[in-house]
Design a protein around this ligand. Structure first.
Ligand code: SF4
Length: 453
């Protein structure tokens, strides 16, 4: 099962699967070299990126992320500006310090973008080879970046949750989760919190929730202050700050219902503009979809008068919903298309908002289902391989749909024809059947129909 600490991770942009995952893989490989005692013998490292990582990795900063990981940096601790500074230093000197202790010759050309074939194991695979001074391979390893910043070794399973005690309330489906919560007269958030406390202790669980709330709102605030053009060469202008200013000016005091949706859109876009600029964001569930949940959480706090207890219930519920998607389908755009990123984020936000507003467990499940159902089939086709078009606006759409889904669910009885489990399975099957052109390869959709110059 995925914990709150796996679902909401404070990190760095622009992509969880193409930036954070490869970063973690590279650091794990370097730590392996130290663990098996061959770090000091390494003279050279070669890295091969396959599939979607090769096709859109340049736009997502995968090469920089690999260098950061090999050098031993952590994405949740590094200052965003340091990434570019360190990358430039490696480019200029042709030297890289493995884990900060073993200096080797390394150039960006040592990272190969293998666009001619897909790795048989996964659409986001990367292979590392460490060689000695005689050119002999000392150690090699292949990792798969399976979404949300999670990496697994080829042939392995996710290490998330390894070593954790069995939770007091295990479940495998939304139906089981709702039955568990109803059975003990509680809420889905109570089940999620009890499991988190068993895994991490109450202080750590509540501390993480508070840190996530702070980081989400800080990211919105930064994004609402910054203008200019986003990096990457597409010439995409930041719009969140101007949108926010215009909507605020149009309805000072209490914004109209219509203008509130403009503000929610500005919150979501602020986060994803920060993400596109390589700033500090909270994966929710991925970097590309990091704006939807914070925007709806901010809507709950600033426009519905929500307090801390409600925000905690919101995030615990959203985390439990995300866990279902990760275990029963996927949150990777490279596997599911954008339905697995924005669709899941919207479902998380809808469930969280419904829970915060006092919905029953069935209404919460219904809200998540409605939000997902109307993202089914959504393709991933980022223009220029950058997490900008359509990603930034798409987070705003995910947030607005989440609010609408919550409204529909809370004005119903909780009875509904399509279960969340059926919608998750439908997403899984749709993702499986979707052409690879629409799964984060930038080989179809908007990516080939928008002139990139
Ligand atoms: S189109 Fe959707 S899935 Fe693809 S990179 Fe953008 S946000 Fe992620």
């Amino acid at each position: 099962m995925y914990s709150l600490l796996d679902v909401f991770v404070i990190g760095i942009g622009p992509s969880s699967s193409h930036t954070v995952g490869p970063w973690e893989a590279a650091r794990t490989f370097a730590e392996d070299l130290r663990r098996v005692g061959c770090l000091e013998a390494v003279a050279h490292v070669r890295v091969s990126l396959f599939g979607s990582l090769a096709l859109t990795g340049a736009g997502h900063g995968t090469d920089r992320a690999v260098v950061m990981g090999l050098s031993g940096a952590f994405p949740d601790r590094i200052e965003p500006d340091d990434v570019e500074r360190r990358w430039e230093a490696v480019r200029k000197t042709g030297r890289l310090s493995l884990l900060g202790v073993r200096e080797i010759a390394f150039a960006p050309a040592d990272i190969l973008f293998v666009t001619t074939r897909r790795h048989p194991a996964h659409s986001n695979a990367l292979q590392f080879e460490a060689c000695g001074s005689d050119g002999a391979v000392l150690r090699e390893a292949t990792f798969l970046s399976v979404g949300g910043g999670t990496v697994i070794r080829e042939g392995g399973t996710t290490a998330r949750g390894a070593g954790r005690p069995v939770p007091p309330f295990p479940y495998a489906s939304a139906g089981e989760l709702v039955a568990l919560a109803d059975g003990c007269g509680g809420r889905i958030a109570d089940i999620a919190l009890a499991n988190e406390v068993a895994w991490h202790g109450e202080d750590a669980a509540r501390g993480h929730l508070d840190a996530v709330i702070r980081a989400m709102f800080a990211c919105i605030d930064r994004g609402l202050e910054r203008g200019g053009v986003l990096p990457g060469g597409l010439g995409v202008q930041r719009r969140a700050a101007e949108l926010y200013r215009r909507v605020r000016a149009a309805s000072p005091g209490h914004p109209s219902t219509h203008d509130v949706l403009g503000l929610v859109s500005a919150y979501a876009m602020a986060v994803n503009e920060e993400n596109a600029a390589g700033g500090r964001v909270v994966r929710a569930p991925t970097n590309g979809s990091a704006g939807t949940v914070p925007a709806v959480l901010r809507y709950y706090r600033d426009h519905l008068g929500g307090g801390h207890a409600g925000m905690t219930r919101f995030l615990l519920t959203a985390s439990a919903v995300c866990d279902l998607f990760r275990r029963n389908a996927s949150i990777s755009g490279a596997e599911m298309g954008c339905q697995g990123e924005i669709g899941v984020a919207s479902a998380m936000a809808a469930a969280g908002l419904a829970a915060a507003l006092g919905g029953t467990n069935r209404q919460v499940e219904n809200a998540a289902e409605i939000a997902l159902e109307h993202h089914l089939g959504l393709t991933c086709d980022p223009v220029g391989g950058l997490v900008q078009i359509p990603c930034i606006e798409r987070n705003a759409m995910g947030a607005v749909k989440a609010i609408a889904a919550t409204t529909l669910a809370l004005h119903g009885t909780g009875e509904h024809r399509v279960s969340l489990d059926a919608a998750v399975e439908t997403m899984r099957q749709t993702g499986r059947d979707m052409s690879d052109r629409y799964k984060e390869t930038s080989l179809g959709g908007l990516a080939v129909n928008v002139i990139n110059c």
